[in-house]
Design a binder for this molecule. Structure first.
Ligand code: SF4
Length: 445
């Protein structure tokens, strides 16, 4: 919860009139602090205890936790709303693929390679699995250490899963500097795990039978000096895990429950891959910071990554492409010119279908503030004037030897005005992008 001026005022000595902070009253100063325009340290009369209390009160309701280091590090937590439409979700959850240390060396190397290859291009952006989780299924410290060493070659943030502190200590010998997430401190082993996390400066996952026990355990571990923690709220059923994830988010944001003010993680599992994909996607939507899955086939991972991309796209900023002339393939002066909008989903649908047609082409992208064809047309963002201006601009200069332009079928109504104003012949294209390949092969040739 955001700190209010009256919350700050409680900690001030209220020597109103001294003005040493540059404000005329303590309340004015409190307002500046609440708005993050001034630091509490600018009042020389605030006690250290009050500063510490204020620091705690102004901390984010869900702590930002970093897993890994360098460019590939994963930051989770620091979310501020229950529902994306209230603002946005800021830190996409890590999608972690679990690797068991009971695989033989060859199978382990193959699995690590398969995880490294889980990258896709969607709507012009690369999406990928971004965490590898190594599980000490064997119970053997040597095997665990070897598996962690093999997985660390991926240069991805890691989750180390072990029940024994000695196995965890062995694995940390080879990867502590990569700041893996240690999984997990439980009521019966937390002291050893907390000691390891503190010594190595690694984040620590914490697990307990229910949320009440989890809150108590978190408080103990924090008192032991561990700051960066992740709550493992996985239960035996999807509904129970979902309830835990939702309850923790609600308690942290709405009730200020500090002990639960950390990102969560959940393990997806299922009787088959479909069920596991559905579980993982559910936890991505609400409200996991890390989702761990056993799946590693591209067709199983892609839906999970797609859900993450969709949920963590800022609804206030539609994803857009540059409004300019784009080339598909190697177009020549006889190649077709198609018009579309700069909404990414629209553009990449068109681009994908032009590619599929194998007809090199130019795509003229009109700036419609990231809206699709029909929305842009209805809101006067895709107009005959805009298309005409584009056709007359330098973008097409010396590119084509003809004056024919293909507009989307949904905006056929503007064809007359474009022809009159631009001098170009307008060809009305298909309504849906999926009709482009057949259209280009038949109509253009
Ligand atoms: Fe109040 Fe401190 Fe500012 Fe003095 S310096 S007016 S006590 S806030």
């Amino acid at each position: 919860m955001a700190l209010k001026a009256l919350d700050v005022l409680k900690y001030l000595p209220k020597k109103t009139g001294c003005k040493e902070c540059g404000c005329t009253t303590c309340l004015a100063f409190a307002m500046k602090v609440a708005q993050k325009q001034a630091s509490i340290n600018e009042c020389a009369f605030v006690s250290d205890e009050a500063k510490a209390a204020l620091e705690g009160a102004s901390a984010p309701p869900i702590k930002l936790v970093t897993i890994g280091d360098g460019d590939s590090k994963l930051q989770i937590g620091n979310e501020t709303v229950m529902f994306r439409h209230e603002e946005t979700f800021y830190h996409p959850p890590g999608i972690a693929v679990r690797v068991s240390d009971d695989l033989d060396a060859e199978a382990l190397a193959a699995r690590v390679a398969a995880i490294g290859a889980l990258k896709f291009v969607r709507v012009g952006a690369e999406i990928r699995v971004d965490v590898v989780a190594v599980d000490n299924v064997s119970g053997d410290a040597g095997r665990f250490k070897a598996a962690v060493e093999a997985a660390s070659k991926l240069d991805l943030p890691m989750v180390l899963i072990a029940e024994g502190a000695s196995q965890m200590a062995a694995a940390l010998e080879v990867c502590a500097e990569k700041k893996p997430l240690i999984h997990a401190a439980r009521p019966d082993n937390w002291e050893e795990f907390a000691k390891l996390a503190k010594e190595k400066g690694c984040p620590l996952a914490v697990k307990a039978p229910d949320l009440e026990a989890l809150a108590e355990l978190m408080a103990k571990i924090k008192a032991a000096g561990v700051e960066d923690m992740v709550l493992d709220v996985t239960a035996d059923r999807l509904t129970a895990t979902l309830q835990n994830l939702t309850t923790v988010r609600r308690l942290a944001l709405k009730k200020g429950a500090r002990e639960l003010g950390y990102p969560c993680m959940a393990f997806a599992a299922g009787d088959d891959a479909f069920e596991e994909v559905a579980q993982a996607a559910t936890y991505v939507a609400k409200y996991a910071g890390i989702v761990i899955t056993n799946l590693y086939q591209p067709e199983q991972i892609l839906p999970i990554l797609t859900v993450r991309t969709n949920i963590y796209t800022d609804p206030r900023k539609p994803i857009q492409v540059e409004p300019t002339l784009h080339e598909v393939g190697t177009p020549n002066p006889q190649s077709p010119v198609l018009i579309t909008t700069n909404f990414s989903l629209t553009y990449y649908s068109v681009e994908g279908e032009v590619e599929a047609s194998r007809v090199p082409a130019y795509i003229g992208v009109i700036d419609t503030e990231g809206t699709s064809v029909l929305t842009a047309f209805a809101s006067d963002k895709l107009t005959s004037e805009g298309v005409t201006a584009f056709l007359k601009s330098d973008a097409l200069k010396d590119k084509v030897s003809h004056k024919k332009v293909i507009i989307p079928g949904y905006v056929a109504a503007m064809s007359g005005a474009v022809e009159d104003d631009s001098g170009w012949e307008v060809i009305v294209g298909p309504r849906e992008a999926s009709g482009i390949p057949k259209f280009l092969k038949t109509m253009w040739s």
